[in-house]
Ligand binder design. Sequence first.
Ligand SMILES: Nc1nc2c(ncn2[C@@H]2O[C@H](COP(=O)(O)OP(=O)(O)OP(=O)(O)O)[C@@H](O)[C@H]2O)c(=O)[nH]1
Ligand SMILES: [Mg+2]
Length: 209
Amino acid sequence: MLMILIKIMSAIKYHCTHFVTSAPNINVLPKNQGIEIAFIGYSNVGKSSTINTLTNKNRLAYISKYPGSTKLINLFKVSIGKYIVDLPGYGYSKLPIDIQKNINNIIKKYLTYRKQLTGLVIVMDIRYPLKPLDLKVISWAIKSKISVLILLTKADKLKPSQCIFQLNKVKNFTLSMSATIKVAIFSSLKKIGRKELNAILNSWFLRMN
Ligand SMILES: Nc1nc2c(ncn2[C@@H]2O[C@H](COP(=O)(O)OP(=O)(O)OP(=O)(O)O)[C@@H](O)[C@H]2O)c(=O)[nH]1
Ligand SMILES: [Mg+2]
């Protein structure tokens, strides 16, 4: 009974999440005392959409059908000491080279110097997972002891059996890198996988693993 009460009282209300700031680099981000979980991945895979689905808000994070829509570090506050970060996407080769370099620099500095970073949700299109830059981020996170969830999104684009095939393929691959990496299926369009995403973020925010 007591455990249920504690669980209800500590439940994280993602729908109460609100926008804090957009920053061109980490120097101007507020120095929160808290935990940050960042959404990272290739451009256009659905990072910002995932944040909107998680928080049950249509326009919290800016989304677009064109790659390169998130250009800054966007910080959202879930509750006291709990933050979500929407990072720009990497790997969009059609952007001018100086903009690509700037984006890579923003991401690199965020990963390297942001002390609040506790967990990374590496978002991948379920049809094209584990591309070269994703692998680099995974290796860095393992070395840096940052928790990792690989979120295979746009699951609505594949049949359920194909989704399971991709899930197992990614799980088997990541097992060879680290036993602690989590992998889950998601779709913002069909609202698939919301509960699982919630549960994993809860465990990170509540420092249970
Ligand atoms: N079918 C489908 N489309 C999705 C899903 N999630 C996102 N999209 C679409 O994919 C496109 C890109 O979505 P965003 O959320 O802006 O992607 P992003 O990763 O934040 O992109 P950048 O900010 O450019 O890095 C939009 O047209 C979304 O509507 C999904 O689960 N299923
Ligand atoms: Mg985005």
